[in-house]
Design a protein. Structure first.
Lengths: 307, 338
């Protein structure tokens, strides 16, 4: 791998720093054409492998720990291979820690939040990207400004409101406040500014299409890739939403994070069951990552360039 | 697009066909067109507002209004048992905050955990992004693998790390023991607990920031490297003198985002020890956690609101510093360019 750098005629350019004279294995990394992307050497692969291991190990170990009994986990050295208690622990977590209900609730909550966030963000993002209206720049600035307001600032009034409405422990209490996202609006705007040709909208207008038809037949088809990425990012965020749900919900009707908090605060003292709960609460997203990982990576990198 | 109504809408000139009788009486066709164009104008004028309305309605109801109301509540005595029974207290909640040693403790902890979590995280991310920017095999695998912790929730990650950091049977102490280091009690003592909590944050967010840096690195014009290489700059020098300056806006951006994230730290310290006190001596109680304890353990929503607004002021200060730094930074680049 390291030695396979194609030797281009320009290789004669003196990029080898003095003192690094001709150590062959690194020639590939250092000796490429000036300005061309450098090639990875064995050292690069080693470092990346170490960090990849560090990223994945805690997750693998969650599964390992979930397959052992509490007694086994209270011994040293900790287990490194799978035990035989996985199904037992998963079953316990599913039933006693209410993870089963939590998973259904979370799929519903995160799904509803994702649909509404993507829909409203695309509409508003389109307006900010391509339409003319009064106070547009001021309103856009407001959208950007709200991206940094922390959730702590709204929980007290929201708590008072749901107490008044009797919504404590109801799922709408955690869905409604999350239905729109400033990040989403900004994300869609940045995408549509360059992806949607203004002539396309004008042409549709000339054909007599009203705004709704323009949105349906022109904006949505163009925005689809960005909508998909925003949907994935929103779903991950909604799945992992923490602060407000643990205030608004209880262990009787939890989301995954609420149920995990219950586990962490000692409602079930069995470490194996706690790990099984963590595994159950993470697995759906990990599977989604295995399938859509490349798209999610692409979406974050795309969003970064414009941020 | 061009469906049934395409014949009616197009250019107004086309509609006034030569064969039409005099203009004195408006034909139904013309009237329809006039009405259509009026509707068309209304549509263009009103539709932008209709498109942004859902966002601003929800944002107003669940973002702006609560924000302001939190400020209002911070001027009252409000108990959790009767949250809608407010009694005016003026600046009392804030005054008590100023002389509250737990508040200052939480502020300090938030700051130290923030630094411990942010600085290594961004430094590692920068290095990893540089490596991932090399031409290599399996780059997609590395990217996805490093982003995986981002998909893990705060709660799940903290539960796992709390086990790994266990004093008697945790894997980290076991590994330390292998290399001859005595067991560390990660669950008490400020430095040890704050270090442990920072590693959870670092684990979850390094991959995300790596991707952001990588995206920015890929946007750096290639000819900058070419001319640097022609001048005989080593890869390390190129990193220092080409990559880093080009990434300055991105780095600044990630610093701000991470700082904002750090001021809101809540789930990690709550679940690391399993209680809102953040350790027996509040060694790792953050502002977010203290607010939660004040509101939902001590049942004092008024003082919790005051803590929330203190956090908000902190964020505004960070925002202003960020703004000032970008101003100075852009001026210095502009000066260089001229």
């Amino acid at each position: 791998m390291t030695l396979s750098a194609p030797v281009t005629p320009e290789t004669t350019t003196p990029v080898l720093p003095p003192g690094d004279g001709g150590s062959p294995p690194r020639a590939g990394k250092r000796g490429g054409k000036a300005g061309k992307q450098l090639r990875a050497g064995w050292l690069t692969y080693t470092i990346l492998a170490i960090f990849t291991f560090g990223s994945l190990f805690p997750l693998v170990w969650t599964a390992i720990a979930a397959s052992h009994s509490n007694a086994r986990l209270a011994q040293s050295p900790p287990p490194f291979s799978f035990g035989d208690r996985l199904w037992h622990n998963l079953d316990q977590a599913w039933n006693t820690a209410n993870m089963g209900k939590a998973l259904f609730n979370t799929v519903f909550v995160a799904g509803a939040i994702t649909v509404s966030t993507v829909l409203f963000a695309t509409l508003a993002g389109f307006a900010f990207a391509k339409l003319r209206f009064r106070a547009k720049n001021l309103l856009l600035l407001l959208v950007i400004g709200t991206m940094m307001v922390p959730p702590q600032l709204s929980v007290v009034p929201l708590f008072m409101a749901i107490a008044e409405l009797g919504w404590t422990n109801h799922l709408q209490a955690v869905i409604l406040p999350m239905m729109v996202s400033a990040f989403g609006v900004f994300f869609m705007r940045q995408y549509l500014v360059q992806a949607l040709p203004t002539e396309l909208i004008e042409a549709a207008r000339m054909d007599g299409a009203n705004s709704l038809r323009v949105v349906w037949h022109v904006v949505f088809p163009v925005a689809r890739p960005a909508m998909a990425v925003l949907a994935m990012l929103t779903f991950v965020m909604a799945w992992n939403e923490f602060f407000w749900p643990i205030i608004a919900l209880t262990q009787q009707n939890p989301t995954v994070q609420v149920a995990l908090t219950g586990l962490g605060r000692g409602y079930v003292p069995d470490q194996g069951v706690i790990m099984a709960g963590a595994l159950l609460g993470t697995l759906p997203l990990l599977i989604a990552f295995a399938i859509f990982g490349k798209q999610i990576v692409g979406g974050i990198m795309q969003g970064a360039l414009k941020g | 697009m061009t469906t049934h109504d395409s014949s009616a809408a197009p250019p107004v000139e086309g509609g006034a066909a030569p064969g039409r009788p005099g203009r004195a009486t408006e034909s139904p066709e013309e009237r329809r067109q006039r009405r259509r164009s009026w509707r068309f104008r209304m549509d263009t004028k009103a539709s932008p507002y209709a498109f942004i309305a859902p966002f601003f309605l929800f944002f107003g109801a669940f973002g702006l209004f609560p924000l302001l109301f939190t400020g209002w509540a911070s001027l009252h005595r409000v108990r959790l048992a009767a949250p809608n029974d407010m009694e005016w207290a003026g600046l009392d909640n804030f005054a008590r905050l100023m002389s509250d040693e737990y508040f200052w403790n939480a502020l300090t902890n938030t700051f130290t955990i923030g630094v411990l979590a942010t600085v290594p995280q961004l430094a590692i991310a920068l290095g990893l992004a540089h490596l991932l920017n090399y031409k290599m095999r399996g780059s997609n695998f590395f990217r996805v693998a490093m982003l995986t912790p981002y998909a893990t929730s705060v709660a799940a990650a903290t539960l796992v790390f709390a086990m790994l950091y266990g004093r008697d049977y945790g894997m980290i102490n076991w590994a330390l023991d292998l290399v001859g280091i005595d067991a560390v009690d990660w669950k008490s003592g400020s430095l040890t607990t704050q270090f442990a909590i920072s590693t959870i944050v670092i684990w979850r967010w390094t991959g995300y920031n790596t991707l952001i840096y990588l995206a920015a690195m890929q946007a750096v014009p290639k000819d900058l490297y070419e001319s640097a290489a022609l001048d005989g700059a080593s890869p390390w020098k190129q990193f220092l003198h080409v990559t880093l300056p080009s990434l300055r806006p991105t780095i600044l951006f990630t610093v701000v985002v991470s700082t904002i994230g750090a001021t809101q730290l809540f789930g990690e310290p709550l679940l690391f020890g399993g209680s809102p006190s953040g350790g027996a001596q509040n060694e790792y109680q953050t502002l977010g956690l203290y607010m939660y304890e004040m509101g939902w353990t001590n049942f004092n929503l008024g003082r919790a609101s005051a803590i929330a607004w203190a956090m908000f002021l902190l964020l505004i200060i960070i925002g202003l510093v960020y703004w000032a730094v970008t101003k100075v930074a852009s001026r210095s680049t502009a000066g260089k360019g001229a």
